[in-house]
Design a protein around this ligand. Sequence first.
Ligand code: IMP
Ligand code: MG
Length: 172
Amino acid sequence: MAAELKLLFSRKEIAETVARLAQEISVDYADKKLVLVGVLKGAFVFLADLVRQLTIPAAIEFVRIASYGAKKESSGEIQVKKDVEITLEGKDVLIIEDIVDTGLSLTFLIEHLRAHKPASLKVCALVDKKARREVEIKVDYTGFTMADGFIVGYGIDFNEHYRALPEIFVVD
Ligand code: IMP
Ligand code: MG
């Protein structure tokens, strides 16, 4: 596989976008008990950058969910591979996701976390592929929106490749 990568979002665009999101979140959660729940693995770079720009305290948790297979698209069959390690009851939970595509993964995760009875539960996604949505989902904080296309870099992979790239590319 000799994939061709085309630059989509530069370091500067990403940095500006992450700073904007951090500012919005810092204002909105100023007097809340914020817990960021990062969705492994794709959101690890985004979460690391975002948390260092927040001006308010935040607890960090991770979940890993997986749909079966190594396809470019969700199969819709999703399971929890790694769960949060604290109770989220009464906390203000913000899911930190790399990409919302069909919305199936997040729908599953929201339902899963809602069982904890958090005080609030919202979603922050770096990239929203709105046009590809199969189930309706409210993304409360959106970094970038894009049309169709498969992206890699900045934590996001294609079969575990390209996560370490500092910018976001479209795979041709
Ligand atoms: P959804 O369940 O279809 O919304 O899929 C969301 C998940 O699929 C994301 O969190 C990613 O892990 C993965 N995904 C969707 N689009 C891409 C992409 O363009 N590149 C890499 N992973 C993607
Ligand atoms: Mg993901």
